[in-house]
Write a protein that binds this ligand. Structure first.
Ligand code: SAH
Ligand code: SF4
Length: 347
């Protein structure tokens, strides 16, 4: 694509936060070497909207049990080679309190879809809210609608549920027994309940096209997301997609930059998956629109077993190491770690 055309589309996105499907697909299909301007403008928009502060969200991966069978994920039920673990209520609360002591302002409770008792999760949320000043994000997959309500009433602030791919046929193919409609209805209901909602996609799943990714971005705009995340697909040996190509850092960066221009008020993470396929991946994303990093605070004993994808970075580290490492990455970019909770920028 010639530079003049790139500039025209990027300028429109920068000014209006609006592009049509063809324009988005055209940018996503272009060679990254022609897209310096896209990345620069996304960085500028990030600076305008978010300034130089970077929000950290501490993730606790508290259970690797999962009843779903997503085609790409190492935690899928049919992966019998994976040794599973589940933390007790007390351990989760203690880990969250340790995260607060390390200075985190948000904790993300994440797990496979393991039917952890809803009342126990509610108890955990209440205790974290009572004993720390942290915002609480849940990333527990789909649950009954009344459970979302219970957790909101217990004090949860945000819910993270990626729609993964905005093509119903491919969604159905990669998520046997699950429904795209229910995923989207869940996100809409969570928003009605007053949660700040996060969604996002896996970049580079087989058969995903620039047109589908353009639909992903349009859907994210429709949902008025408070957070949008995108990480490259990394094939896992014990899954049906083991022989597929992985997603690329380039496509993830293009998607990140477009996310910032089309949803200027969204929080956008530089994902661990991107840091896994490219040693400088998170730094690059932070310079292409991202303003959030999600360090792991799970006890080192369990990290190896939360194998969503292979070779995940930081599995041999402990929470304190990750906090320091991320802090220096952020400082090296001339940015700083926010001391605020980093609520939605939409309010
Ligand atoms: N069970 C919850 C949360 C844990 S999975 C849920 O599914 O929402 C968190 C995210 O990991 C998923 O949303 C998916 O986007 C990502 N993921 C799973 N397998 C992956 C893989 N092989 N490569 C990259 N990302 C993957
Ligand atoms: Fe389970 Fe989430 Fe992995 Fe799907 S992506 S198999 S729901 S942990």
């Amino acid at each position: 694509m010639n530079q003049f055309k790139v500039k025209k589309i990027v300028d429109q996105a920068f000014i209006e936060a609006e592009l049509n499907k063809e324009q988005i697909a055209e940018i996503l299909a272009a060679d990254i070497n022609d897209l310096d301007y896209l990345l620069q403008q996304a960085d500028q928009k990030r600076e305008e909207i978010c300034g130089d502060e970077v929000h950290l969200r501490a993730i606790i991966e508290f259970s690797s049990y999962c009843k779903q069978n997503c085609y790409y994920c190492g935690l899928r039920k049919d992966n019998q080679q994976l040794k599973r673990y589940q933390l007790e209520v007390e351990e989760i609360i203690e880990t969250a309190q340790m995260a607060a002591e390390l200075g985190y302002q948000t904790v993300v409770l994440q797990s496979g879809e393991d039917d952890y008792p809803a009342a126990e999760i509610a108890e955990i949320i209440k205790e974290i809210k009572k004993t720390t000043a942290m915002a609480v994000t849940l990333s527990l997959g789909e649950r009954d609608f009344e459970v979302y309500k219970l957790w909101r009433e217990a004090g949860a602030d945000r819910y993270l549920l990626k729609h993964e791919i905005a093509d119903k046929v491919l969604y159905q193919k990669y998520h046997p027994g699950m429904s795209f409609e229910n995923r989207i209805e869940s996100l809409k209901y969570l928003k009605i309940l007053g949660y700040q909602i996060g969604s996002g996609v896996i970049i580079g799943l087989p058969e995903q096209t620039p047109e589908i990714m353009a639909e992903d971005l349009l859907l994210c705009q429709d949902l008025e997301l408070d957070m949008i995340g995108s990480g490259p697909f990394i094939p896992h040996q014990q899954t049906p997609l083991k022989g597929s190509n992985r997603g690329t850092a380039e496509m993830t960066l293009k998607f990140t930059a477009l996310s910032r221009l089309l949803l200027p008020l969204a929080h956008i993470p530089a994902t661990t998956a991107l840091g896994t396929i490219d040693a400088e991946g998170r730094q690059k994303a932070l310079q292409a629109g991202a303003n959030v990093v999600m360090p792991n605070v799970t006890d080192g004993r369990y990290r190896e077993q939360y194998q969503i994808y292979p070779d995940k970075i930081c599995v041999n580290e402990e929470a304190g190491d990750c906090r320091q490492c991320i802090g220096s990455i952020i400082a090296s970019l001339g940015r700083y770690v926010s001391q605020k909770q980093g609520h939605s920028l939409r309010d």
